[in-house]
Design a protein around this ligand. Structure first.
Ligand SMILES: [Zn+2]
Length: 68
């Protein structure tokens, strides 16, 4: 097995499938704000505008936070 990094969900993944993977509702699915080519829980109360794969890359995630 590879390392434990979260898997990036391709943008062409159907929203319904991405929602299952992300554990959110279909309407919450959207592209990562880093434009990394991955989907994330973009909208809603428990949104993660930066996808899990990007969050795993801490320094880059911090850079996005600064960019605001
Ligand atoms: Zn991302």
């Amino acid at each position: 097995m590879n390392e434990d990094a979260p898997q990036r969900i391709p943008l062409d993944t159907p929203a319904a499938s991405a929602a299952v993977i992300l554990g959110c509702y279909q309407i919450q699915v959207g592209p990562c704000v880093r434009a990394c080519g991955g989907l994330t829980t973009r909208y809603g109360v428990h949104a993660h505008p930066v996808c899990l794969a990007c969050q795993h890359e801490k320094p880059l995630a911090d850079a996005v936070r600064r960019a605001g």
